[in-house]
Design a protein around this ligand. Structure first.
Ligand SMILES: O=P(O)(O)OC[C@H]1O[C@](O)(CO)[C@@H](O)[C@@H]1O
Length: 481
């Protein structure tokens, strides 16, 4: 992969190789000699991701390398374990008695395909075309075909492409099966993410039953929402303790020092000015299920009840994705679960959300394969003009989480001081809001000197998940929205 040329240089990226872009090496379990042999074999260079380059596994000191080497193989192993563990249950659920043996054999084949995928990941093999009945097959195959030949493998390519490819391939095995179509190997993890957080859910419910229409309270809700993205625990124990959901609710202001950019006032202004008699739609590009989705629903409820939105549209993933991302089934399951909960106040709220859905105050956007494609968002207007136009109808598009952020920034390590609006490279269907915990070396819009100061305080600040961003880009300034 060729680093993108640019004259601008982020000094902190150059100053100390042990700071800005270093992955957390302490999590590696491999002896040094084996790692070295691996690195030599696959041309891994002992560098951080250069400024203006795509994130890629070829840079050993990057989070991308760490993810490909240590995290993604574990994801695949866990899926294999889940399928093996649930074999009997799955066969009973998906095949009638007559087909039990055939279903068992198919499951075995799928497990074999996943092992093969893991092997390809671990030996930096080339991406393969999709050859089944995938509805988004043409788009994927064209995309893969257009990649420069040197960027078609897991470690040589942009890590956004590699990760998306991995999750898409994984689903294709189930999707192209005879018996297991529709099976979500991540479903139980997602359900547990909610059922295991009911104390947090109850606390947030109580916290938000006082309808304060003030910018201050709205700002608090944005922060609560930002920190609700907690599937990857922060590595800094002090920060981690601060970000526990209940702790956040106890004292939201105490998390301020971890919010690196806070554009809450602009977001408030965007939703409370203009012709409020006209219908006003807000779109949420969702991230994770569990407590995070619950806090999305709470934020959306607030927007609707305070007249900031007449409708909130939720965009979900077309299939299991990045482990905990919300699919349509997860969304509906969540509302169902809440509405039937034994706690009266939670069940009332669940029923209220369902009623919002019936009344059109909440809406599930049509399923789009764009969100599970490898494309950066700057290509949306060309690759999915329909989706782009539908977002143009929105007053505000809220992008949740790390992966959406990486796609907004094309997975490029821009200089940390570059404005978000510049990094979007023309993607601006409407006003944009970003709520994101920083988990990889992709960032924008920081004040001069800020990344250097953070790096000297915590060398892992970019990958720890301890810091967050609440960013806003004003679509009106560009297009008179
Ligand atoms: O759920 P989120 O916030 O999108 O985080 C998932 C992302 O974070 C990472 O764990 C770190 O970048 C990636 O593997 C993945 O892109």
């Amino acid at each position: 992969m060729t680093p993108m040329e640019s004259s601008s240089k982020d000094n902190d990226a150059e100053a100390d190789p042990s700071t800005k872009n270093e992955a957390p090496p302490k999590e590696s379990k491999l002896p040094r000699s084996i790692q070295t042999a691996f690195d030599a074999k696959y041309n891994i260079v002992d560098l951080q991701t250069p400024l203006n380059a795509f994130m890629s596994g070829q840079y050993k000191r990057s989070f991308a390398y760490h993810s490909l080497r240590n995290r993604l193989p574990v994801v695949l192993t866990n899926v294999i374990d889940t399928m093996t563990r649930e074999k009997t249950e799955l066969v009973a659920q998906y095949a009638s008695n007559d087909f039990e043996k055939a279903a068992r054999d198919e499951l075995k084949t799928i497990i074999g395909l996943i092992s093969q995928l893991k092997y390809e990941l671990q030996t930096d093999k080339a991406f393969h075309n999709f050859k089944g009945a995938e509805p988004d097959q043409d788009d994927w195959n064209n995309f893969l075909g257009d990649l420069p030949s040197g960027e078609r493998t897991f470690y040589r390519g942009c890590s956004l492409h590699a990760e998306c490819y991995l999750y898409r391939k994984l689903y294709s095995f189930v999707e192209n099966s005879i018996f297991l179509k529709g099976y979500d190997y991540f479903a139980k993890i997602k359900e547990q993410a909610l059922t295991g957080s009911m104390d947090d859910v109850l606390a947030l419910t109580k916290y938000t039953r006082r309808p304060e229409r003030t910018p201050k309270f709205f700002g608090e809700l944005l922060k609560i929402n930002l920190w609700s993205n907690c599937n990857d625990a922060a590595s800094d124990p002090e920060a981690a303790a601060q970000m526990l959901n209940l702790r956040v609710l106890k004292d939201v202001e105490a998390t301020n020092e971890y919010v690196l950019v806070d554009h809450a006032a602009e977001i408030w202004r965007c939703l409370t000015t203009g012709n409020l008699k006209k219908p006003q739609q807000v779109d949420f590009i969702l991230d994770n299920a569990g407590y995070e989705l619950f806090s999305d629903l709470i934020l959306a409820e607030y927007m609707v009840e305070q007249g900031m939105a007449t409708k909130v549209r939720f965009h979900v993933k077309a299939h299991p994705w990045f482990v905990t991302d919300v699919t349509e089934r997860d969304f509906k399951w969540t509302l169902e679960y809440l509405s039937q909960h034994a706690d009266y106040i939670i069940s009332l709220l669940g029923k209220k959300f369902m009623q919002f859905l019936d009344e059109g105050k909440f809406e599930l956007a049509p399923i789009s394969h764009f969100w599970t494609s490898p494309h950066a968002f700057c290509s949306m207007a060309q690759t999915d003009p329909e989706l782009y136009s539908s977002l143009q109808l929105s007053k505000l598009v809220v992008f949740k989480g790390e992966l959406n952020y990486r796609k907004l920034l094309q997975d490029v390590c821009w200089a940390s001081t570059l404005e978000l609006s510049t990094c979007l490279r023309g993607f601006l269907p409407s006003n944009i809001c970003v709520l994101r915990r920083v988990k990889s070396e992709i960032v924008s819009g920081l004040a001069e000197g800020s990344s250097q100061a953070l790096a000297s305080k915590d060398p892992h600040w970019m990958v720890s998940g301890s810091y967050g961003l609440i960013q806003f880009v004003d679509g009106a300034r560009e297009f008179g929205y």
